[in-house]
Structures are given as C-alpha cells and as structure tokens.
Design a protein around this ligand. Structure first.
Ligand code: DAH
Length: 335
C-alpha cells in the first residue's frame, strides 16, 4: 500500500524535475526526448499512474485526480515550450533566409572598347563620311608587296627602316600598312579611295615611344587630277575633325621611296608653341603606279600613314605607349 502523502511527494518531485529542466531545453529534438521521458509509455508520469492500484480504495479518486492534473500540467508545459522553440526556430530560419533587397547586386562587368579600337573606329568614320572605303590586308606579308612594289629595292638603304620579323626568306610580319595600297590597286581600277587600319610589327625595343607591335592607318587616293593641295586640304579636314577646330597643319619635305614628293605632316594646337609630327605622306611615286599597271600620265594620287597609338597619345596626353598593351583595367576603362 502507498500512502496518499507519499504519492503527493512523488508527484511534486516529478513536477519540480519537469519544471526545472524544461527551460534548459533548446531544441525541438531535445524537448521531444524530454517529453518521452515524462509522458512516454514507460515515462515517469505513466509509472506514477501504475501506483494507483496500490492506493487505498477510498483515496483512489483523489489520487487519480492529482495524477491527471500532473499529466495535464505536463502536457501544457510541453506544448508551451514547443511553441516557444518552434517560433524561435522559425525566426532563425527567416533570419537566415532573409534577402536584403538593399544590398548591391552581383557585379557583372561589361566589356570595354580599348582606346586604340575607339580611335581607329573614329578615324574610320571620319574617312567613311568623306567617301573612303575601309580595306584590309594580311599581317604576314611577302617581300614584293612590302618592299619591291613600293619602290624599295633589296639594296636600298631605306629598307633597313622596315626590316623586321621574317618568317622565311620572302615572308615577314608587315612593318607598315603601305603594302595594302599595292594589294588594293592590283585589284581595282582608279579611282581608288581607301583607308586601311591595321596591326604592324617592327624590330623595336620597347620603351615609352616604341613598341614591336603597333597600329597604323594607311590612306590612298588615286584619281585623275589630284595634287598636293588636295592632300593638304584633306589633312586639315581630318585634323579638325579628330583633334578639334583651330589646329594648324604644316607640310615639310621628307623622303619615302613610294612617294614623290614626300612630306612630313606636323600639326599645332591652338595657342601652342610646338609643332608635332603626326604622319608621313606624299604623292604616290609614278614607279608605284606603274608597278600596279596604272598610267602615271593619266592618274595621280596621294597617300599617308599614321600611327594610331601616336594619335591616341596626342589626343589624350598619354605619355607611355606601353600602357596600351599592359591590359591594366584602371587605364583601359578611363577612355
Ligand atoms: N609606311 C610609312 C611608315 O611606316 C608611312 C607612310 C609614309 C605611309 C608616307 C604612306 C606615305 O602612305 O605616303 O613609316
């Protein structure tokens, strides 16, 4: 037999145990294990119910009531703790999955046109508007187009300037875009009006003003009745379009095997003191016209070759040609 007082004591010790430990449980899994410990089939509360049979007949109803109260209380405690932990878990989930719509998006950098490409395209568009076509020729060139047809025979000292990277005895990386003049004239009859932008190669050691790889734009206009005056006017239009109004242009004597006369073109910025050399030019040498089957008694023409890097350096005040080829985005994205 078990006294009712004894049962009361056991009930209150289970109750104390339950109440003191429930607050320390921090996960739903731990709470469930705890619930089974008390309310499971073999749990502490179920065990107490088994004692009912040992309670005196007259006190069983009271004992049953006490036990049911305990069970109800335990269920209520678990339910409330479950709710707390459940909403804490939800809070945590919400917090961890939260999307901060004010965060900056993922940066996908867009490509950027290289300043040399920009300058080249701008030069192209200026001449396209004046009725020129854009021509192209191979970067691996043969000696005939690179030298002989341009009136630079094998033993001519001027050849040294353009002697460059040979692939074999007769083939080389072109040191200038002038051979494209020959290729275009070989394939078309006058009038010819083209520009040819392109990459060139020279046996130059790299420094602030030299690069073994660089870019030129070649221009060629052949037609009846062209003179140096037409060249000068064309240059002035171009320089005003590219650099701005107020620039002066000056021609002075020079020598190129493929032009006669040959000139150096200088320009001077408004209010500036110094003249800057910007390109070589001249009237196409009659020998060159003859080489492509044109009659120099009927047509005349002029040509020039300018460096794209040099134009970009003058335009933007860039003082080192190596910057163009360094691939440093801090430089490239400035333009
Ligand atoms: N081809 C020359 C060079 O690379 C530049 C040049 C000068 C081109 C005079 C021309 C010209 O068409 O007429 O230095």
């Amino acid at each position: 037999m078990i006294e009712l007082t004894e049962l009361r004591n056991r009930i209150s010790s289970v109750e104390d145990d339950l109440k003191s430990r429930v607050q320390t449980l921090n996960t739903l899994d731990a709470l469930e294990a705890f619930r089974i410990e008390f309310l499971g089939r073999k749990g502490k509360i179920s065990e107490l119910f088994k004692l009912l049979g040992q309670i005196e007949q007259g006190e069983r109803a009271t004992a049953g009531k006490l036990l049911n109260n305990l069970k109800q209380e335990a269920n209520a405690i678990f339910a409330s703790r479950q709710e707390d932990l459940g909403s804490a878990a939800l809070d945590q989930q919400i917090a961890s999955e939260r999307i901060d719509v004010t965060l900056p998006g993922v940066y996908h950098p867009l490509g950027h046109k290289h300043v040399l490409t920009q300058v080249q395209q701008e030069i192209e568009s200026i001449f396209l508007r004046m009725g020129f076509d854009v021509a192209a020729g191979p970067e691996i060139e043969d000696e005939y187009h690179n030298f002989e047809a341009l009136n630079i025979p094998a033993d001519h000292p001027a050849r040294d300037d353009w002697d460059t990277f040979y692939i074999d005895d007769k083939t080389l990386l072109r040191p200038h875009t002038s051979p494209v003049q020959i290729r275009v004239m070989e394939e078309t009859q006058p009038p010819v009006r083209i520009i040819c932008p392109g990459r060139c190669y020279r046996r130059d050691t790299q420094d602030a003003t030299h690069s073994p790889v660089f870019h030129q734009v070649e221009l060629l206009w052949v037609e009846e009745g062209l003179s140096l005056a037409n060249l000068k006017y064309l240059l002035e239009v171009f320089i005003h379009e590219f650099f701005g109004e107020g620039y002066e242009t000056r021609l002075s004597g020079d020598f190129f095997p493929f032009t006669e006369p040959s000139v150096q073109v200088h320009m001077r910025a408004p209010r500036a003191k110094d003249w800057l050399e910007i390109m070589g030019a001249g009237m196409v040498d009659p020998a060159v016209l003859t080489n492509v089957g044109y009659d120099p008694e009927v047509v005349t023409g002029f040509a020039f070759g300018l460096g794209i890097e040099r134009m970009a350096m003058l335009r933007y005040g860039i003082d080192d040609i190596r910057l163009f080829f360094g691939n440093d985005l801090r430089f490239i994205t400035q333009f």
